[in-house]
Design a protein around this ligand. Structure first.
Ligand code: PLP
Length: 457
């Protein structure tokens, strides 16, 4: 198998020139210059497919950054932005002003989200949404006179963003190195000293008891909120056990801690439900969303609050304005794209497709790789899947040398025509929700043959 090739769009000299200019002037997310020496430069996309400037086509196996839910090349979304931009460049959403697309999108998202959700605040990125979620949790407790409830607890392996506060929430040490000191009053759950547990562990070994111990360690009266992704994403795609979130909800209720669900990846259908905690019948207090709200055609995010917090916001005392906002909050063009995008997800039954194609992806990965000596911990929920590449699948011993994951990624891309994500030796897949059966099978074949090639050579 090779990545399907078409006519080159740019010649080799033009590509080399772009790479030189990139190196000279563009600082990338998670910048490390050698990563870009042979950068793949994309030109256009269509459905789950991306085409680079050499004319090679690849399946976008991570929906770019977990965000292109409705797939590439959606002219309807370009039209929605264009129509709205032709009407007005921008409309101020600060005190006393509003705009129609933002009002309608807020109502639509509240309608789709958990029954207890009531109001939302728009921002531009997942990090901004999470930071706002933390701020409104503190604001809530302060207004109740609970001034000491200021701390936030997060999880190891979590990713919540790259602002200084959300990097501090993030439970991945590489995001902290050289940026310290981190923001105080943010801590992470840890494996309890007494490992005895009645709970079924998550696929990365954590249980809800880790939270209870963290709350008791910090002091329940000092903890404002706990934040968790329903499925850990950038930390390596780790799925929760069936009792994890129900137990988390009980613990949060017991200690009066607000539960923030970071659904930046899982929101709007990725897991086969509109919002992921529906799988376990749990309702959070605050939900962060981004990515699939506009399928990344234009940046937009939000934090959504449940009735008690929404009531507070509707009845603030005169001295307690919520002094938080971004120039581009509730941007009309982004809201117009969001509305059209959610209509596509509904009209094309993409949440159901994510459940069905996710099952096919899971079945395919198990059929191809169960029992493979170097593959462990195949896990998924809807269209978000991960597996671990290990030295010994029986003992779960990792490879001593780094680089297996990167080699698998290179074979999948160059021979199989699929771009997954690799984090160390975790192979991650989360294709657009429009994916069909043949495309799922191509992903499975590409993964299985790349793993065999790399581990058997
Ligand atoms: C779960 C989660 N939360 C927050 C973020 C941060 O979003 P952004 O990069 O838009 O700030 C991400 C980004 O991948 C994410 O996966």
């Amino acid at each position: 198998m090779t990545a399907t090739e078409m006519e080159p769009i740019l010649d080799e000299e033009a590509i080399a020139d772009l790479r030189r200019t990139d190196h000279a002037h563009l600082l990338h997310s998670q910048h490390y210059a050698p990563d870009h020496e042979q950068a793949l430069i994309f030109d256009h996309g269509d459905g789950v497919w991306l085409t680079d400037v050499r004319g090679r086509r690849y399946i976008d196996g991570l929906s770019s950054l977990w965000n292109v839910a409705v797939g590439h090349g959606r002219v309807e979304l370009a039209d929605a932005a264009s129509d709205q931009m032709r009407k007005v460049a921008f409309a101020n959403g600060y005190n006393g002003f509003s705009n129609e697309p933002a009002i309608k999108l807020a109502a639509k998202v509240i309608d789709l989200c958990y029954d207890n959700m009531e109001a939302l605040f728009f921002a531009n990125s997942g990090g901004e949404a999470n930071e706002g979620a933390f701020k409104i949790a503190r604001f809530y407790w302060n207004l109740q006179g609970r001034h000491e409830k200021v701390k936030l607890i997060a999880r190891p392996g979590a990713y919540h963003g790259s602002t200084l506060t959300t990097a501090s929430m993030t439970g991945l040490p590489p995001f902290w190195k050289y940026f310290g000191p981190l923001v105080p009053n943010i801590s992470h759950t840890e494996r309890p000293g007494n490992p005895e547990s009645n709970d079924e562990p998550n696929t990365d070994g954590e249980t809800a008891e880790w939270l209870e111990e963290a709350i008791l360690r910090e002091g329940p009266d000092t903890v404002a909120a706990f934040i968790a992704e329903p499925v850990k994403g950038a930390g390596g795609v780790f799925t929760p056990s069936a009792d994890y979130f129900p137990h988390i909800r009980e613990i949060c209720d017991k200690y009066e801690v607000l539960l923030i669900a970071d659904e930046v990846i899982t929101g709007f259908g990725r897991t086969g439900k509109w919002f992921a905690l529906e799988h376990w019948g749990v309702q959070p207090d605050i939900v962060s969303i981004a990515k699939a709200i506009t399928s990344a055609y234009i940046p937009m995010s939000a934090f959504i609050v449940s009735e008690p917090l929404a009531d507070m916001m509707k009845n603030l005392p005169a001295d307690a304005k919520f002094m938080h906002g971004y120039t581009n909050s509730a941007h009309p063009a982004a809201a117009a794209v969001g509305l059209r995008n959610l209509q596509i997800i509904e009209d094309e039954n993409l949440v159901e497709n994510a459940a069905n194609m996710g099952q096919r992806l899971s079945d395919g990965l198990h059929a191809a790789l169960d029992g493979h000596p170097h593959v462990a911990n195949i896990r998924s929920l809807g269209l978000i899947a991960g597996l671990s590449l290990v030295q010994n699948a029986e003992s779960n011993e990792p490879f001593a040398e780094p680089g297996t994951g990167a080699k698998v990624m290179a074979h999948m891309r160059d021979d199989g025509g699929v771009i997954p994500r690799i984090i160390n030796d975790e192979l991650l897949m989360a294709p657009p929700l429009v994916i069909n059966e043949a495309e799922v099978d191509t992903m499975v074949d590409a993964a299985a043959s790349a793993i065999k090639k790399v581990t058997e050579s």
